[in-house]
Design a protein around this ligand. Structure first.
Ligand code: FES
Length: 673
């Protein structure tokens, strides 16, 4: 009988010969098979579960006898008694290979497991987290040996895990000694390595059975949204959002830059405000997921350049003027506490690279998540927010720009506008014959005309609601192509009421009790400005690419996910395309942050991709203004929108009587934010 045996691991197909009696975990290490272990083979973490397979394997030319692996040893028997081994499952670190065998590594035992990111795109993401938990037993101190506790911890990592040259931060040293003693010299460390060498970023007493956690944060100008993610399989355990408190210094980005320019120390005030909010968000997420903030060992942040600089404590003044120079465009990896995140002592933060002075890490995150560079067809990806990030590209070339849409799409600057919250009108339909509306509010599944709708509190109209309202008004002939609301006589409904020198359309009148929800002429103008900026940005990229049409349009952003593609096209927010080629991608920037949190490979991919993206600067491009003015009409002054006309009525009405005080034109103050 030969002294070595053949072992084949599935699903990887890796195979090789090992000495008879080798344990499965050791064989996996030798053959480079991805088999998890936190305890280093001590039989306590149960991460190394494998399933030995027996019988005939003609594909592998192998017959496996039932005795090809050892029977349950004392450690496995104890585990089985206390926790119960699943039928067929074995602890890889305890099971010896005695003859030729096929060993299956189930997904839960793979560190680099594949996870489907989300059902919509079915994109498969590989887990490749920068931080993993590692259990070690550290030698106790001895009067005769002068090394410190950390040096003995580093020796344990080297001896027990072959991890050499580990570093740590002062913050970790501050908590190390009590934790070592509490764990009786047995600890689980959070070991971070994103290609820059191993670093201890957290330390927990004893064997840590729960996973480590990370935060994926999308820091927007208006809201800061975050997910708390388990770093073993990438699942989201909690999601929350807080307002960006910098709003009190200015609603849009440029007004915040101006605040920093006009007020000495203003940038520092804004830095402090956003860092405080990051801390609040971390605590809120940890509370919701019922984990301690010290269990959070990493954070990935995506944001636009102004938010980026203010978060890092860099004065954003250069971003307010051409040539819009960034302090740094590269990705950054630094202690998370520096940006206010309440986390483990040595937790790291990673910020994706920036594309350019106006196109930030949030756009890079969208590129990572939507990956237009992997597709043959031409995608236009629009991340709708206070500042829209726009990507246009395919596997040949990707272009990017940002466009200052302002906060109207988020319900701000709208007379009855409000954030998306229960009670807000989010959907609306207007009967083109009677001009009567019906609507749905957040938190109620019924149309307002259904008896089941009841008498809920109606509070306002949110961003997706105002888009639908204006588009429906256009389709019902209440608003003309120039954006003017007609009078009651012109339109034929008493719902069009005078409001100063213009008119407003009454969606809901709660009488003395309730709110009166209307769409005013000012609201239409605010939406026209926002949508023209969006369209003009997209059009500029299409000019640069030399195309008149795109193959698909993706609406991204937390808000983009709620926009009805048809209504967006009636407004002319996006270029004309067959409706079934327009889709929503949800919060693509947040998804990109999540991907970068779960995978070092994804970080390298986007760092590489960002260097290849061609940046188009809208602020200094004269054609932007031309496109902007033409895009002011609903849907557009010159573009014919043939696809849209197939599916939506666009009545040829005009309410410009020449004396309304409204010119229907597209004058605007140039603004970013
Ligand atoms: Fe921890 Fe096997 S490696 S139980």
């Amino acid at each position: 009988m030969s002294d070595d045996v053949q072992v084949i691991f599935t699903p990887s197909g890796k195979r090789g010969r090992v000495a008879r009696g080798t344990r499965v975990l050791a064989a996996a290490r030798k053959l480079g098979v991805d088999l998890d272990s936190v305890c280093g083979g001590r039989g306590v973490c149960s991460k190394c579960m494998v399933v030995p397979s027996f019988g005939d394997f003609p594909k592998h030319g192998l017959h496996v006898e039932p005795g090809a692996v050892s029977g349950l040893n004392a450690v496995e028997q104890r585990y089985d008694k206390i926790r119960g081994l699943k039928p067929g499952y074995r602890l890889g670190c305890q099971t010896e290979i005695l003859a030729d065998v096929v060993i299956d590594v189930p997904p839960e035992s793979q560190v680099h497991k594949q996870v489907v990111r989300k059902a919509a795109s079915e994109r498969v993401m590989e887990m490749d987290p920068a931080t993993r938990p590692v259990y070690i037993e550290v030698e106790e101190p001895d009067m005769h040996r002068p090394e410190g506790d950390f040096q003995r911890l580093a020796q344990a990592l080297e001896k027990q895990w072959q991890v050499k040259g580990v570093r740590t931060d002062l913050e970790v040293l501050r908590v190390l000694q009590p934790v070592l003693r509490k764990g009786d010299w047995k600890v689980t460390v959070a070991l971070h390595d994103a290609g820059d060498g191993p670093r201890v970023t957290g330390v927990f007493p004893g064997l840590r059975e729960a996973p480590l956690y990370g935060l994926a944060i999308d820091l927007g100008s208006t809201t800061i949204a975050g997910h708390l993610v388990a770093l073993d399989d990438g699942r989201v355990l909690a999601s929350a959002g807080v307002m960006n408190p910098q709003i009190r210094f200015g609603e849009d980005l440029m007004s915040r830059v101006s605040y920093a320019m006009m007020n000495p120390g203003g940038d520092q005030e804004m830095t402090k405000a956003v860092r405080d909010a990051m801390g609040d968000l971390a605590r809120e997420l940890a509370g919701e997921a019922k984990v301690g903030t010290e269990e959070i060992v990493e954070a990935v942040v995506v944001c636009n350049p102004v938010m980026h600089h203010l978060l890092l404590g860099i004065d954003p003044v250069e971003l307010g003027q051409a040539p819009f120079a960034l302090a740094t465009s590269e990705s950054l990896d630094f202690p998370a506490r520096e940006i206010g995140i309440d986390a483990s002592a040595g937790a790291r933060a990673y910020i994706l690279p920036l594309i350019a002075g106006h196109v930030g890490a949030d756009a890079a995150a969208v590129a990572l998540s939507e990956a237009p560079q992997r597709r043959k067809d031409l995608s236009l990806i629009v991340d709708v927010g206070t500042n829209a990030e726009i990507l246009l590209g395919n596997n040949q070339r990707v272009l990017a720009c940002s466009s200052p849409t302002g906060p109207a799409f988020e319900g701000a600057q709208i007379s009855s506008g409000q954030r998306a919250a229960p009670g807000a009108i989010e959907r609306i339909e207007i009967d083109p014959a009677t001009k009567e509306p019906r609507f749905k509010i957040i938190g109620n599944d019924h149309w307002s005309t259904d008896p089941e709708f009841g008498t809920p509190r109606i509070t306002g109209i949110c961003g997706s609601g105002i888009i639908e309202a204006v588009a429906e008004m256009r389709m019902a002939g209440i608003v003309d192509a120039s954006g003017l609301i007609g009078s009651a006589e012109q339109v034929g409904t008493p719902r069009c009421e005078p409001n100063g020198r213009t008119h407003e359309y009454v969606i809901f009148d709660g009488g003395l009790e309730g709110p009166r929800i209307t769409v005013t002429q000012g609201d239409i103008r605010a939406i026209q400005l926002a949508k023209s900026a969006l369209y003009a940005g997209a059009r500029l990229l299409m000019d640069e690419m030399g195309v008149d049409t795109v193959d698909r349009v993706v609406l991204a952003g937390a808000f983009g996910a709620h926009i009805s593609p048809k209504h967006a096209m009636v407004l002319g927010m996006i270029p004309d395309a067959p409706l079934n080629h327009v889709s929503s991608a949800g919060n693509a920037a947040g998804t990109g942050a999540h991907m970068a949190l779960c995978s070092v490979k994804a970080r390298r991919e986007i760092e590489d991709q960002v260097k290849k993206i061609t940046k188009v600067e809208t602020a200094i491009e004269p054609r932007f203004q031309e496109h902007f003015v033409a895009a002011n009409a609903l849907p557009h002054a010159t573009a014919p929108f043939p696809e849209l006309r197939k599916i939506a009525p666009l009545p040829d009405v005009s309410f410009n009587t020449g004396g309304s005080g409204e010119d229907g034109g597209g004058r605007r103050r140039r603004r970013r934010g």
